[in-house]
Ligand binder design. Structure first.
Ligand code: ADP
Ligand code: MG
Length: 502
């Protein structure tokens, strides 16, 4: 593993009108299980389908229909738990969380309150090279998603789309271990990265497949440390929960706004009401949605339609054996195996596809050069076209081919960039392109020497100046490279020019 410094969470300090305040944040992240069918029915989870076309009878709560647990979704929750270094509960159970909403035909959501499938775990959040925070995960449980109410399609009517009803969600609950907007966003980013590596959630925030309820409170300096020592929540401020955030940028803005709102209330002599709020990105503010409900308001009780979920350790072990290398481990390996800086390793491991691409290029080649080319040339070029590594027109084999030509001294770094552009836009085998288009570097010393002699003979005044000031030799090198169409080996040119000018 990398040698990380685990700094205690660094609180964001906000100066109010009267005092200094710190932030305390805990998140409940809802991650949609990457599964083709729903948690308790065989209906499709496909996004963007015709409204109400992916609805099984049980999703629509037709009388007499019974839920049947989807084993694949359970496996994904276990896999996620293992990725969060969490304890897996061999015994878990489903409860009914009762509430009324037009897009919830059952009148309850099937969730896991008393016996979640996954217990305590942790996420290591990177806060820049060498610095990390440990965020404790309290639990992860399986539950059903609700449907969607649509209020803005018709001035007189509301619509209900049940396609999402019953889709499996994993709710990942953190302890209140985050201390500022940046940390909270970095935590969501890291969680998303882990889920995507595991393949248990696609992490698509725009489609709502990963969204966070963000709990925010404020406290005076020192209170949080007391809480960490004693575990006593009452020393912290009253929290508000900002619902359904599906953008890192909005998460940060909402926390910032919410903290200042609470500070203003408390400094004015008021008290913060525990409530659920919504963030309005257009106005940049949060507003009250409902006063906070307690667990007992939902009349939770064990779901009589489902037996408790008992899984076997051998099955958990099997899933554990199939776990991929996770981001932290991959990053550490890239640093030690390929000699990368931690920063470069972070960039390359951000997405599992980029990491795989890099490894394919770096295998059997100079790791640092490979990292350089992937990060600076390839990522830069893809970004210009608003493309993704998954549809890169240059394959790892092609980029590797370019690196091989540089390493063999066949092309200079400059020509390599031209070659990269050709491969990017036209495709083809780099070595063949170099041969066909005469791009091969001239290492024939006689030819280079001849070119140097010509330049020297044509520029006697420059020669005099360069003899007095050796720094001007660079001008000759430039001229020679220009005369040879950039194909002369720059190192050879440098040496010959230096020798000729004395
Ligand atoms: P409840 O049982 O009412 O749902 P939990 O203790 O389960 O409350 O916490 C729900 C979420 O709120 C968790 O993510 C937790 O980290 C967070 N949280 C709890 N107390 C605070 C606080 N004082 N400030 C900010 N977040 C908090
Ligand atoms: Mg809770």
């Amino acid at each position: 593993m990398l040698d990380l410094t685990f700094e205690p969470p660094k609180p964001k300090v906000i100066s109010g009108a009267k005092a200094e305040w710190e932030l305390v944040i805990g998140l409940e992240v809802h991650a949609q299980v990457a599964s083709n069918s729903k948690l308790f029915s065989g209906a499709s989870t496909g996004f963007g389908a015709e409204p109400n076309s992916h609805v099984a009878f049980v999703d629509a709560a037709m009388p007499g229909m019974l839920p049947v647990i989807n084993e694949f979704c359970v496996a994904q929750a276990v896999r996620t738990g293992l990725g969060l270094k969490a304890e897996i509960n061999l015994f878990s159970a489903f409860d009914r969380k009762n509430y009324f909403y037009p897009d919830l035909p059952q009148g309850y959501q099937i969730s896991q309150l008393y016996h979640p499938i996954v217990g305590e775990g942790e996420v290591i959040v990177d806060m820049g090279p060498g610095v990390a925070r440990r965020v404790r995960i309290e639990r992860t449980h399986l539950e059903q998603d609700a449907g969607k109410s649509i209020h803005d399609m018709d001035p007189n009517m509301s619509f209900v789309d049940l396609n999402r009803t019953g889709v499996a969600l994993m709710e990942i609950v953190s302890r209140p271990d985050l201390r500022g907007p940046e940390e909270a966003a970095a935590y969501v980013g890291k969680l998303r990265q882990i889920l995507r590596y595991l393949g248990t959630c696609d992490g698509n925030m725009q489609n709502g497949n990963l969204r966070a309820d963000v709990n925010v409170s404020i406290c005076r300096p020192g209170a949080y440390e007391t809480f960490r020592e004693t575990g006593d929540h009452s020393v912290l401020g009253t929290r508000c929960e900002i619902k359904n955030m599906n953008s890192m940028r909005f998460i940060q803005a909402a926390i910032e706004y919410e903290a200042r709102r609470q500070i203003a209330i408390v400094e004015d002599g008021g008290t913060v009401d525990q409530e659920t709020r919504l963030y309005d990105p257009d106005k940049g503010e949060t507003r009250s949605m409902r006063s906070k409900e307690e667990a007992h308001d939902y009349r939770y009780f064990p779901c009589p339609d489902l037996l408790p979920l008992e899984i076997e350790q051998a099955w958990v072990d099997e899933i554990a054996a199939s776990l991929p290398e996770l981001p932290d481990e991959k990053k550490a390996r890239f640093v030690t195996e390929f000699g990368l800086t931690e920063y470069d390793a972070s960039v390359l491991t951000a997405e599992v596809e980029s990491a795989a691409y890099f490894e394919a290029v770096a295998q059997g080649r100079d790791g640092k050069a490979a990292a350089n080319w992937v990060i600076n040339e390839l990522f830069g070029r893809l970004k210009k076209d608003d493309r993704d590594i998954t549809d890169s027109p240059v394959s790892p084999a092609q980029l590797g081919g370019i690196l091989d030509l540089i390493a063999a001294g066949d092309i200079s770094g400059k020509i390599a960039k031209d070659l990269f552009e050709i491969v990017y836009t036209e495709g083809g085998d780099p070595a063949e392109i170099v041969a066909e288009r005469g791009m091969k570097q001239v290492t024939d010393l006689g030819a280079i020497e001849k070119a140097v002699d010509e330049i020297i003979a044509a520029n006697p005044a420059q020669v005099e100046k360069a003899k007095a000031n050796p720094k001007l030799a660079g001008w000759f090198v430039g001229q020679v490279l220009k005369a040879t169409g950039g194909k002369a080996n720059p190192q050879a040119v440098n040496e010959i020019v230096a020798r000729k000018l004395g």
